[in-house]
Design a protein around this ligand. Sequence first.
Ligand code: PA5
Length: 463
Amino acid sequence: MIKLDYRNVKSAIVGNENGLEIEQEFENHREKIAQVISDLNKRKDKPGQWLQWMNLGYNEETVWLVKEYASLVRNRFENILVLGIGGSALGGIAVTEALLKPYWNLLTEEQRNNYPRIFFLDNIDPDQIQGLLDLLDLKKTLVNVITKSGSTAETMSQYMIVKDLMEKELGDDYRKNIVATTDKKTGFLRQLADQEGYKTFVVPDDVGGRFSVFSAVGLLPFALVGIDIDEIISGIKDMDLALKNTDIFENIAAQNALIHYLMDTNKGKKLSVMMPYSSRLRYVSDWYVQLWAESLGKEFDNQGEKVNCGPTPLKALGATDQHSQIQLYNEGPNNKIINFIRIENFDNTVEIPRIFEYTGLGYLGGKTINDLINAEADATKVALVDFGRPNVTISLPNINGYYVAQLLYMLEVQTAIAGELYNINTFSQPGVEQAKNYTYALMGRAGYEDSAKTLQEKMGANA
Ligand code: PA5
């Protein structure tokens, strides 16, 4: 199992001002946490609670359907193109980057075991879109358009562009090159997919975008590029079982949720940094940033009191960002808690040759890059402690589907528990609606005429 080391948040280590009497805090919150965990597990099957993501490890039907489709299209496509944004893309990017061989899209077909290359289009930058379309042979591309709502302007506009091009290039056959992942009943994409006769997969009810990585949203692209989804499922299940434990002393998600909550509310650590010492896990930080930000950043609590709560998540990459952000983390405002992710065993061991032995570089020769990255992680942690900066470390024995699934699932549960501690609705995102409505108004969508008027006035006033 993955592990959490919270030693460096203790007062005895980082001082009273910045640290916690952590075992005492676990004891003080023991009952509350036990209640939160059992309540989440009780509520998870109730409609409208948005907790169905807790059941995704047990969705055998989806796993079966995904595998069946992936084997049906095996060897038919050179490229997978995923269209999606936010929760419909970030999990897919994080997991494929973690589990596929590095530089996957640059490998030969043979090196990829004849699995396709994979591209995620998760923005609406015209240069990026055109650049990718210039690169891909659409006849040999399977497009997986993913949107739970089926109406997200970014994703649907990409879909419209690609569909139009495909139809022109492939004629009626283009339908076989599109697979849609969306709500089972509602939304434009569902309607269009049914009309056009695309193969479809369902984003289950009560699974929000940022909690959807283990639904067909993630599993389908993973299976299409040959990632072992059974291994992922078994990682989620084992972690789910471990996190059902209501005893905070035994539950790492509850521990890290409480640590973050207390650090934010009692110790002024308003920022939470995710810093894996692994390039393959660098996009796990992007995924975490969305999960933490959209889930916990809320204006009102569950009683309607204005709270404007939520720690700000930041991403960093070890060792790269030691040369960019660590100066700030050590000496700047002491307002952060840092989450290190450490890999015990990398897939490869890269030796540093014994050259330049009698120079200042001699100490590196004969060591490995593996020694160096973990030494840098340890050194950075100790330096942070010297400056009184709290940090935790999540360790993965190695990077595979089993442990990466554990990591992501643990962070999801941690977020849900933290949401209960903040007493807010973890699964809503009212704060993103305003700008969305203004965009619709600017783009002339019917029904948004009033917003368009307000917007013109405000834009005029700001000009
Ligand atoms: O987490 C969320 O709910 C959001 O980030 C959504 O995933 C994002 O807005 C995309 O929505 P949709 O899947 O409906 O296109």
